[in-house]
Write a protein that binds this ligand. Structure first.
Ligand code: PHE
Length: 462
């Protein structure tokens, strides 16, 4: 986000394309390349994909439209936007939702940067010519369980993020990532085709594309919904902030569709790179690897590169592009945290960055150590990183999203919302929007919230 929220006059994106590119830069990141494939692998392949796509075009669409429009109308960041509509004392519950929107990025930032650190470790591994070693079975495990490596790489990734936000050089990073993003897509496409044509991969393609409803459980919906939020940066105030920089005459509906398409294409591509490769390269251990969770990409992708000619060069190029995609996202997460703190406290930008950096380090270091020295800290079988991820995506984001639905239907009013959207777009999916925001989204979100809390308490099996 190159515009700063604390400037007196609010900047704006040049037009729809500028807006779509900026949001896509924030949205496309580790969520698509790292998180989506491991969840799809774990929660039933084709079944997960189908549920994800249904959620995307229904209430994903409705929530994105709602957040962008709220931002565009109020020209404020999340807490301010909620305050703008709600009356003191009357809408306390909904106002709380505004606060949760603002807190979520603060929880995501530390563990996002831990994964960013893993990416740097692999980048350096390929750069120093250790391609074959990187692909060996114990490589990832010994890396994350060592006492200093994971926190050190986390600190490097976090330092890059905060340096960019501090120096305000994110315009340069955005330019670099605009170049990297098409390259990532192109390279991703080549790697996916290579993965899919390996012997044994067809079973993986089948698993990934064809729904098998025996794999369906309520946790498929919980995971798909959390992923939708994480990947599209919904329910964390980010889209409200981006909306506040959007010009009034830009077609928000068309922009939303384009963002959804780009983000989903990248995620699906990552699935095609990784899931068939699990079947092709892990043989008898495939079932175990499908359940690998956060480590899946780091274990599977190097095996693909190791089996290729020029694998080290391709591995380096791949992780470099993932690094840039992750960095544009982490910059936007830190930027969102900083703008909230600045709006609420009126501290200087530098002071806000320092405070958020301290928070990220205090949470991020234990999180990085959670697979090694702090591995004994577990809750319901979850490591510290998994716990933070679960807390943000499966508990807090559904609450924030419910608050947004209520803000639209009970405070702003559907009629006014529709009128606001129709100022700039034909609003072809108005019926979907109304149905989702009034009934479908709150109902599904409440079910999700109850199930995820139930699963954490051991009442439902994940
Ligand atoms: N959506 C980003 C991704 O998929 C992550 C992100 C989260 C970005 C929160 C901004 C805010 O990687």
């Amino acid at each position: 986000m190159s515009q700063s929220t604390d400037s007196g006059s609010r900047g704006s994106f040049s037009g729809r394309i500028g807006f779509v590119l900026a949001v896509a830069g924030s949205a496309v990141g580790l969520g698509n390349i790292w998180r989506f494939p491991y969840l799809a692998a774990k929660y039933g392949g084709g079944t997960f994909l189908l549920v994800y796509l249904i959620l995307l075009v229904t209430f994903g669409f409705a929530l994105i439209m709602a957040e962008i429009t709220i931002g565009r109308k109020t020209r404020l960041s999340p807490i301010g936007a909620y305050k703008y509509f709600c009356q003191e004392g009357k809408h306390t519950g909904i106002m709380l939702g505004g606060w949760i929107n603002a807190i979520v990025p603060m929880i995501i930032l530390p563990y996002y940067c831990v994964i960013g650190g893993w990416v740097i470790k692999y980048l350096i591994g390929y750069l120093s010519g250790q391609g074959p070693a990187v692909a060996e079975d114990g490589y990832f495990g010994s890396f994350i369980s060592s006492s200093w490596e994971a926190p050190a790489y986390f600190m490097v990734f976090f330092a890059c993020t905060s340096f960019i936000v501090l120096k305000g050089v994110d315009a340069g990073v955005e330019r670099a990532s605009r170049l990297m993003m098409p390259l990532l897509l192109l390279l991703g496409l080549c790697v996916a085709i290579y993965s899919m044509t390996r012997p044994g991969a067809s079973e993986g393609i089948y698993y990934y594309l064809v729904p098998d409803f025996s794999h369906f459980s309520i946790m498929t919906v919980v995971a798909a919904c959390g992923q939708l939020f994480f990947s599209l940066s919904i329910a964390m105030g980010i889209l409200i902030t981006y909306g506040s920089y959007m010009k009034k005459d830009v077609d928000a509906e068309q922009a939303t569709s384009q963002i959804e398409i780009v983000d989903t294409l990248v995620a699906m591509l990552a699935g095609f790179m990784i899931i068939p490769a699990v079947f092709a390269f892990s043989g008898a251990d495939a079932a175990e690897h499908l359940n690998a969770g956060p480590s899946l990409m780091f274990i599977t992708i190097p095996k693909v590169f190791a089996s290729m000619g020029m694998g080290s060069v391709i591995g380096f190029a791949f992780f470099l592009m993932v690094f840039f995609a992750a960095l544009t996202s982490s910059v936007s997460i830190l930027e969102a945290c900083v703008s909230t703190v600045a709006d609420e406290t009126h501290w200087s930008r530098t002071k806000c960055i320092l405070v958020m950096s301290a928070e990220a380090v205090v949470i991020g270091v234990p999180c990085a150590l959670g697979f090694g020295p702090l591995g004994f800290i577990q809750l319901a079988g979850m490591s510290i990183l998994d716990m933070l991820d679960f807390l943000s995506c499966s508990v807090l984001m559904p609450i924030a999203a419910i608050a947004t639905c209520f803000l639209v239907t009970r405070v702003i009013g559907l009629k006014e919302m529709s009128e606001e959207i129709k100022r700039s777009s034909a609003f072809k999916r108005e019926a979907v929007f109304r149905l989702c925001i009034t009934w479908l989204a709150p109902a599904i979100l409440i079910i999700i919230l109850v199930s995820s809390i139930g699963s954490a308490l051991g009442l439902i099996k994940i």
